[in-house]
Design a protein around this ligand. Structure first.
Ligand SMILES: [Zn+2]
Length: 137
């Protein structure tokens, strides 16, 4: 009985998560960045895909213009891949410190880009869904 109730809750949660994932994927396909769609401001990762594409075509100047942290994705992807395959073991505290450092650098660079008026992440809060909803009230 308890197992069935837990199973039902797990299935319901899985359906909700799948629905949210589908909604996020649809937003990504239509608006590219769900964060920008909702808030009218680009997210810390905006420009990363364009930077990687430019880097693949050896246009590093353009790549750095789109996102100055794009080179960090290679070691991060390597780390995630090795960890997923069980080839990299690290103490939990050190791993957490690396993740926090990585996130901190992303946020710091994001703030600098915002304050310097980086055209890739030019804020336009009035175009965001949140602003439009609040205006409609
Ligand atoms: Zn974004």
């Amino acid at each position: 009985m308890e197992k069935t109730v837990r199973n039902t809750k797990a299935r319901r949660l899985a359906k909700i998560l799948l629905g949210l994932l589908a909604a996020a994927a649809a937003l990504l396909l239509v608006y590219h960045c769900p964060f920008r769609y909702i808030f009218g401001v680009s997210c810390p990762g905006c420009g990363m895909t364009r930077a990687l594409v430019a880097a693949v075509f050896s246009d590093l100047e353009t790549a750095f213009g789109f996102h100055p942290l794009f080179p960090l994705l290679v070691p991060a992807a390597l780390w995630i891949g090795l960890r997923a395959c069980g080839l990299l073991h690290m103490p939990r505290k050190r791993e957490t410190a690396y993740i926090l450092a990585f996130a901190g650098v992303f946020i710091l660079v994001y703030l600098v880009r915002l304050l310097c008026g980086d055209p890739v992440i030019a804020p336009d809060p009035e175009s965001g869904l949140l602003f439009r909803l609040l205006r409609a009230l």
